[in-house]
Ligand binder design. Structure first.
Ligand SMILES: [Zn+2]
Length: 76
């Protein structure tokens, strides 16, 4: 089985029965640390560095509520 390195795009040959989900492997081409992940029945690699960064930058948007006055005055 060949899995593509998400960093350099190289195909890394792996033994499907030997690798485990969550296992960290090193790309022989670029040396990036990759984690084996499984989605459905397909396995793929993702960079190990991108591990659940729960840093959400909250932008404090100031919402300007414009008061739209709809006054229809029909005078005859
Ligand atoms: Zn690579």
């Amino acid at each position: 089985m060949e899995l593509e390195c998400p960093v350099c795009g190289a195909l890394i040959e792996l033994d499907e029965e030997e690798i485990e989900v969550g296992e960290e492997i090193e790309c022989p081409e670029c040396g990036a640390l990759l984690v084996v992940v499984k989605r459905g029945r397909k396995m793929y690699l993702k960079p190990a560095e991108e591990e659940e960064e729960e840093e959400y930058v909250e932008d404090e948007d100031e919402i300007d509520w414009e008061e739209v006055e709809e006054e229809e005055e029909e005078t005859f």
